[in-house]
Design a protein around this ligand. Structure first.
Ligand code: ADP
Ligand code: MG
Length: 214
């Protein structure tokens, strides 16, 4: 089964639902090691994305390709999300849109999309694995997706592997000391808390999988 533009639209809408449902959880995580706005930031961003998507879908040129949807998400997050995560996620979706120039994605196409997103985040934020950021969810997600695709997994199973690895990566940020972003101001005191951005990454990748099996 390949993934098409309808999947991208379902992923986007489901992301908005899941982020809205997790808004308080994400805000609480960010209150522990940041400024307590991550849930609010992403919820505002994804609400704006859905408004844009509704407008585009009803317009004269509805998004025809996966990349069109990802680009819409990217530009809307960049303009509506304050804080570090807006430009980071915006660049992720933009880079993913660029590498996803096809109408449909097979398992390796999904890997390319996820790799593009990770490259966007590291190009923008310069964080590496272990610095207690969203990269700690994205990197294992990309690795797991690649391994699954190489083993012949379906698109849905590649996304399942990515989502599981992202969730485990987010949980594994708990003991880490932050050395990038706002949480790094806390130094050693950032240990013992789960990174909000890694957590929202897990939520977004779980939505990507669930949209593929819906
Ligand atoms: P802000 O920190 O500006 O308030 P948010 O609260 O929306 O922005 O987002 C915080 C999240 O952004 C962190 O939990 C972390 O995952 C992510 N983040 C911050 N700086 C970086 C970076 N340089 N690279 C990757 N991710 C980062
Ligand atoms: Mg914050």
């Amino acid at each position: 089964m390949t993934l098409d533009v309808a999947w991208a639209a379902r992923w986007t809408r489901l992301s908005a639902e899941r982020i809205a449902a997790a808004r308080d959880e994400l805000t609480e995580l960010d209150r522990q090691i940041g400024d307590g706005d991550h849930g609010e930031n992403l919820d505002r961003g994804f609400r704006a994305v859905v408004v844009k998507l509704d407008g585009a879908a009803a317009g004269e040129q509805p998004p025809g390709q996966i990349g069109d949807v990802l680009k819409l998400v990217a530009t809307t997050l960049m303009s509506s999300v304050g804080g570090a995560s807006g430009p980071l996620y915006g660049t992720a979706y933009l880079r993913a849109a660029k590498v996803t120039g096809l109408a449909e994605l097979d398992a390796h196409g999904v890997v390319a999309l996820l790799e593009g997103a990770l490259e966007g985040i590291t190009a923008r934020g310069k964080a590496q694995v272990g610095e207690k950021t969203m990269v700690d969810a994205w990197q294992p997600a990309v690795d797991a997706a690649e391994a699954a695709a190489d083993a012949g997994a379906s698109t849905a199973d590649v996304l399942a592997a990515a989502a599981r690895a992202a969730r485990a990566g987010a949980e594994a940020t708990i003991p880490l000391v932050a050395t990038k972003g706002r949480a790094s101001y806390l130094g050693e005191r950032s240990a013992g808390h789960q990174d909000p951005g890694a957590t929202s990454t897990a939520i977004l990748l779980e939505a990507a999988h669930d949209a593929a099996t819906a």
